[in-house]
Design a protein around this ligand. Structure first.
Ligand code: GDP
Ligand code: MN
Length: 337
């Protein structure tokens, strides 16, 4: 792996005052965004929103990743809106592109089939690269090695409430590994054999399946079939050491060997959710009700315990996704009843 040129530059120079403010962050954490140079407008909007609502107070560092070198414009414009340190990294080729052992003819035929069924991103290879990267590789990137925690952010997301506490510290204090705001079912056409591959893995490795896991959220029949519920991974506050651990690494290798990231269109959201749900106790996962979050077409707006008023939220609490027909939140909550 040519790892010497990944770090393409560090953002704004810091003076002593800024250095003192940067010292405010408490957890070993970073805010992470995967983006293309062409996403610069929407990436800047997201970064500024999270700075305004959270990070200008806490000053966590940012990491941006891309399979191509980031442009000077991207680095300049991001550097202009973020507080604290920012790093821009390039993704190693072998962590991104479709591997040579994938049968491209078969992969193409299955892409065409998904296009004919009007499945979103059905014909896209780059989307599949992205899903596989987010499933099995991002946490191995050299720029992320020093960090345990990450907050995943995407271009053009919104944060309608003020976040006046440190969610990373919350995760640490409460012994959590995975935090989410929105849960919904995956398009079944994108993952027809994901559950079979999962059952194969857990049959081979029953030792990785935790007692007190979240199977009751993932399945209506105790694991016979998958109900397609997953945590929407465009927002994640999570512990990379869980992904780096033996159970998840072996699970990813097993899934990858099936070729389903290319022969189907397996998303990182169901892959992360199934693993987080099965290979650890359900108490490791946290629903961040008090973090308002929007990614088109859905918004989570806080409703419990006065969180909406405390956060001075701009979203309509009556329109939160949580209990709409498509939400899986009821299924998440039922396992704690
Ligand atoms: P959606 O949320 O499922 O509609 O997918 P997005 O288009 O938002 O992509 C998910 C994330 O991956 C976003 O952070 C995108 O900026 C990023 N992304 C998607 N495709 C690519 C790509 O080909 N290259 C890079 N560098 N980032 C990508
Ligand atoms: Mn998105």
């Amino acid at each position: 792996v040519a790892m010497n040129d990944h770090e393409q530059g560090v953002g704004t120079p810091t003076d002593q005052h800024e250095a003192a403010l940067m010292a405010q962050h408490k957890a070993n954490a970073t805010i992470l965004m995967l983006a293309r140079n062409g996403d610069v407008d929407s990436a800047v909007r997201s970064a500024m929103r999270l700075e305004d609502k959270f990070n200008s107070k806490f000053r966590y560092p940012w990491v941006f990743l891309n399979e191509e070198p980031f442009s000077d414009e991207f680095k300049l414009r991001i550097g202009n809106v973020v507080s604290g340190e920012v790093k821009f990294g390039q993704i190693p080729r072998e962590h991104w592109f479709q591997p040579d052992w994938i049968d491209e003819e078969y992969a193409k035929a299955s892409r065409d089939e998904l296009v004919s069924k009007n499945v979103i991103y059905g014909g896209s290879v780059s989307y599949r690269n992205m899903c596989r990267f987010n499933s099995g590789f991002f946490f191995l990137h050299p720029l992320l090695q020093e960090y345990k925690w990450y907050w995943r952010v995407e271009p053009d997301v919104t944060f309608p409430c003020h976040i006046d506490y440190d969610p990373f510290q919350y995760m640490e204090t409460h012994n959590k590994t995975y935090g989410f705001t929105i849960t919904l079912p995956e398009y079944v056409e994108t993952i027809p054999t994901l559950w079979d591959a999962t059952k194969e893995f857990t049959a081979e490795h029953p030792e990785y399946v935790a007692h007190g896991n979240s199977m009751g959220y993932l399945s209506e029949n105790n694991g016979d079939s998958y109900n397609n519920c997953h945590f929407w991974s465009n927002f994640e506050i999570a512990d990379m050491d869980f992904w780096r651990g033996e159970a998840y690494m072996k699970y990813f290798e097993h899934l990858d060997s099936k070729g389903g990231f290319y022969y189907e269109r397996w998303g990182d959201a169901p892959v992360h959710s199934i693993a987080a749900g099965l290979f650890q106790g359900k108490d490791k996962i946290h629903f961040f009700d008090d973090i308002g979050y929007g990614h088109a077409p859905f918004t989570h707006c806080p409703h419990d315990d006065g969180a909406w008023a405390r956060g001075k939220c701009s979203c309509n609490p009556e329109k939160s996704f949580d209990y709409e027909g498509w939400s899986c939140l009821k299924r998440w909550e039922r396992i704690f009843e």
